[in-house]
Write a protein that binds this ligand. Structure first.
Ligand code: DGJ
Length: 540
């Protein structure tokens, strides 16, 4: 069996080496794209599933003088994709004159480092504000207004109802995409994020006279489709004004529609020029309670309004959660909520410490297309290489292990073959069902014949099911035991072979066979450094 795997892997190897050799030179017809099958998704790069092991630069780091530190961080964490902003205020500092020099620097340096890019279009919205609009727009508040809060208050958030702003942004974004089409035949850029955490802090919606008039009008037909109303828990024949159809949610839903419609227009203008996958990131709301819209950023693609975003912005391929909720019930709920048949799961921002890194396994198991801690570079802290390496060590260790087997993992995720257990705050053991077997995962550091509890919930385990009794086990600070169930219930069993190794250049390289003390005392244990175990069980 293992020989077969090796042969299959070798087959893959030949295909992948061809791809590897062609890095940065792929031609037309190999556009990155997102595909869906049986409700699962893959990002195809060079025609094969690809998982973005990403890292995001700080907001003001995409300038040539700052990039060396960004690349140091990318190297330290062994990322295969850099998420990096591009700035409307720099690209169109003068109305109608486009300067793509920073974009070109990113393309050139990305290729030199053999790292893909996800470009973040910081434009009308950046964290809910207009701060990346060019100066000529900031100086003309009448033409490019902010929203008005209740009682006429000024709010630091652009209006989604300004026709002049929408046209200006669409024109600039189409120019960016046109430039990529010309300057990036290699497809260094895999995806583009359209805006950054759009929506509004400080007001649930715009209460300006223009917005108020729209709010008092009928709900648009796109939202009155039975499937959309059903997804929003409304009667399928509902119609009327926003207030009549959506009651207490009317203000937020109106704002979500308005923001999504605007961004959908911009995305469509860019896609018409160059059809790369496009996405929008969300500043999340608490997914487990029903918080008031005034307590989070209203109008962005929070979990409750995803159906509105889908109806309003079909040119956006996916909406993506920025996960800064470190506790596992909330983070795992978010991962579940953003993986939908109509939405590929991608985590474009999260933390880089060990508690956040455990969610990499959950995203892989959920069939996600990428994972990316935010703020990887030094950003003026002055800590130097040593600080970067120490800070990024948890995620760097994982990327070092999963990087060489990224193509296999992306394919296994797309096929639904991966399951994961991430340690919860109660440190309780977890069961993974594998047909005729159950894997019981306990968390802690190996300590002789036992396991010593982790002080923090940072353990994680992943199982890829290759055959009925054949698995790839991966993990840190955890311990696996198996139980025969179903067709194997009551049978005696043993480990047939536990091979420890690593995928290198797409082939499994054996380090040792684990046996004796390393499997006899209740099954394989994983320490602080991640490991890969090709494991076969047998009944007798
Ligand atoms: C989320 C935003 O999307 C990022 O650009 C950055 O501002 C971080 N928050 C800061 O924590």
């Amino acid at each position: 069996m293992i020989k077969m795997i090796r042969m299959a892997v070798m087959g893959c190897l030949v295909a992948l080496l061809t791809v590897g050799a062609a890095w940065g030179q792929a031609g037309e017809g190999t556009m990155p794209r997102i595909v869906e099958k049986d409700g699962r998704h893959a990002l195809l790069v060079d025609g094969q599933p690809f998982f973005m092991l990403g890292g995001q630069a700080h907001n003001s780091s995409a300038w040539p003088g700052m990039l060396p530190q960004v690349w140091s961080a990318v190297e330290a964490m062994r990322a295969n994709t850099l998420e990096v902003p591009i700035y409307w205020e720099q690209i169109e500092a003068q109305l109608g004159k486009f300067d793509f020099s920073l974009v070109d620097t990113l393309l050139k340096e990305g290729r030199e480092h053999k790292v893909h890019l996800v470009l973040l279009w910081f434009a009308t919205w950046k964290n809910g504000s207009n701060h990346y609009m060019p100066e000529w727009m900031k100086r003309d508040a009448e033409k490019y207004p902010n929203i008005t809060g209740r009682n006429g208050r000024a709010v630091d958030s652009p209006s989604p109802h300004s026709q002049a702003a929408i046209e200006a942004d669409a024109k600039a974004f189409a120019a960016v995409m046109g430039h990529l089409k010309e300057a990036d035949p290699q497809h260094t850029v895999l995806m583009v994020q359209v805006q950054n955490e759009p929506g509004s802090w400080g007001s649930v919606r715009d209460y300006s006279p223009v917005a108020q008039k729209l709010f008092e009008g009928p709900v648009p037909a796109e939202l009155l489709k039975p499937e959309v109303l059903k997804a929003l828990n409304r009667p399928v024949d509902a119609k009327g004004t926003w207030q009549e159809v959506f009651g207490n949610d009317a203000d937020e839903y109106f704002h979500a529609w308005s923001v999504a419609r605007y961004i959908g227009h911009i995305a469509a203008a860019g896609k018409a020029v160059y059809p790369l996958p496009l996405y929008v990131n969300a500043a999340l709301r608490d997914p487990l309670s029903q918080p008031k819209a005034s307590s989070y950023e209203s109008g962005g693609p929070t979990d409750n309004v995803i159906p509105i975003w889908k109806a309003a912005a079909p040119a956006i391929d996916l909406v993506a959660p920025d996960i800064y909720l470190s506790d596992s019930p909330r983070a795992l709920k978010v991962i579940e909520l953003y993986d939908r048949p109509d939405n590929a799961l991608f985590v474009p921002e999260t933390g880089s410490n060990a508690e956040y890194t455990r969610y990499l396994y959950a995203v892989l198991a959920q069939g996600g297309i990428g994972f990316s801690p935010f703020g990887i570079d030094d950003n003026g802290r002055g800590g130097g290489e040593a600080e970067i390496a120490a800070r990024l060590a948890p995620v760097g260790q994982e990327y070092a292990m999963v990087g060489p087997m990224m193509r296999e993992l992306a394919k296994w995720g797309f096929e639904g073959k991966i399951q994961a257990a991430v340690e919860r705050e109660d440190h309780a053991e977890q069961t993974i069902n594998l047909g005729a077997w159950q894997a019981i995962v306990a968390f802690g550091a190996p300590s002789g014949r036992t396991t010593q509890a982790n002080a923090k919930p940072i353990g994680k385990a992943m199982v890829v099911q290759l055959g009925e009794s054949e698995f790839v086990l991966m993990g840190t600070l955890c311990h696996f035991t198996f139980r025969p169930v179903g067709a194997n219930a009551g049978k005696a069993w043993q480990y047939l072979k536990v091979e420890e190794g690593q995928y290198e250049n797409e082939t499994f390289k054996l380090l040792r066979i684990r046996n004796g003390d390393e499997t006899d005392w209740g099954g394989p244990r994983f320490g602080a450094v991640p490991a890969v175990l090709h494991t076969m069980l047998i009944t007798r």
